[in-house]
Design a protein around this ligand. Structure first.
Ligand SMILES: Cc1cc2nc3c(=O)[nH]c(=O)nc-3n(C[C@H](O)[C@H](O)[C@H](O)COP(=O)(O)OP(=O)(O)OC[C@H]3O[C@@H](n4cnc5c(N)ncnc54)[C@H](O)[C@@H]3O)c2cc1C
Length: 306
């Protein structure tokens, strides 16, 4: 079995910053395991500006920011296309990579696996199972990484920052959303974002509106919503389910780690309920900015490699 001093699971801004800072502090034998073909995490497919201001005083798109992170860490041991499947009973990692399924152990393991938007199933949306229903993350990957235009006139469900960022993704691809659906009267994002959606993007924000079901034959044709308690149908050809982030708990299911909601519970030193297992970045349950995740990763580097 392969053994290392430190294994970091996840090569997004938090995981890469931690590995980099530890290296700078003289730590050796630090390995990053990353599921995707390329490290960089979510910013890889956030084609809009908004990254790097607090870290390097520059205004970067997500892919530019992710590239900078990769360039800064290219000398480190970062293993892409390597997915951690679970913790074994002994606290090792079961890993799927180029040589199939193997087990790896480490003196310290850090979870930096980020967070993900809630799926349709988790939101209990009824109706037909159809293509053209996706989270913001999938939309971004299809638009920015694969150059696709998955629909023309979708509805956007949610009123978080990320919901509004999907307007930018849609504009990039020439997609014109029909409406944004905000569940409450107040938005989760700042109130003036609704004005921007309306006047800059031509997209109305419908408040106190919940998605009940998705209908169509072979493709999305309409959504059924409840608006101020009254049923209403909106014609559309796609649905973007945005936000409601939660940690991916599959890795530490079955009571391996104590949790706060979906996220692993940590103390002030980022250590979970298992000694030697740490967590940092968005895996802790909130969608923070990349800069904040990197700040926390630097703090953890100071703890692991003082
Ligand atoms: C749509 C959207 C827009 C955003 N816009 C901005 C913005 O403009 N500015 C800003 O500062 N922030 C923005 N953010 C937030 C920013 O992207 C995150 O704060 C940041 O990416 C979090 O870093 P992280 O390393 O914690 O997680 P992530 O970036 O999610 O990285 C986690 C990594 O772990 C890997 N991973 C997960 N599970 C496993 C596993 N089992 N095995 C191996 N690898 C695994 C993933 O592949 C991923 O690469 C945005 C987020 C979203 C979703």
């Amino acid at each position: 079995m392969e053994h290392h001093k430190v294994i970091i699971v996840g090569g997004g801004p938090a995981g890469l910053t931690l590995a980099w800072e530890m290296q700078k502090r003289g730590a050796r034998d630090v390995v990053v395991l990353e599921r995707e073909a390329e490290a960089g995490g979510i910013p890889r497919h956030c084609g809009h500006m908004g990254f790097g201001f607090f870290t390097s005083k520059s205004r970067l798109t997500g892919p530019q920011f992710a590239r900078r992170l990769r360039e800064a860490t290219e000398q480190l041991d970062i293993r892409t296309q390597t997915t951690v499947l679970e913790f074994t009973l002994r606290g090792n990692l079961r890993v799927h990579g180029a040589s199939g399924i193997t087990e790896m152990s480490a003196g310290k393991i850090v979870l930096a696996t980020g967070t993900r938007e809630s799926s349709r199933a988790a939101r209990l949306v009824g109706g037909n199972k159809l293509p053209g229903v996706m989270n913001t993350g999938e939309l971004q990957q299809r638009v920015y990484l694969r150059g696709e235009k998955p629909f023309q006139r979708p509805v956007i469900v949610g009123s978080e920052w990320v919901s509004f960022s999907s307007l930018l993704t849609c504009r990039h691809a020439g997609i014109r959303p029909v409406a944004m659906l905000a569940e409450a009267k107040a938005l989760d994002a700042p109130a003036y974002f609704a004005l921007g959606a309306r006047w800059v993007f031509g997209v109305p924000v419908l408040r106190e509106t919940a998605l009940l079901a998705i209908h169509g034959k072979g493709r999305v044709e309409a959504v059924e919503v409840s608006e101020n308690g009254k049923p209403r149908s909106l014609a559309c050809d796609g649905v973007i389910l945005s936000g409601r982030f939660r940690s991916e708990a599959a890795l530490y299911a079955g009571g391996f780690l104590e949790r706060d909601g979906w996220a692993p519970r940590v103390n002030e030193k980022f250590e979970t309920s298992r000694p030697g297992v740490f967590a940092v970045g968005n895996v802790l349950g909130h969608l923070e900015t990349a800069g904040n995740c990197m700040k926390r990763a630097r703090e953890l580097a100071g703890i692991l490699a003082p």
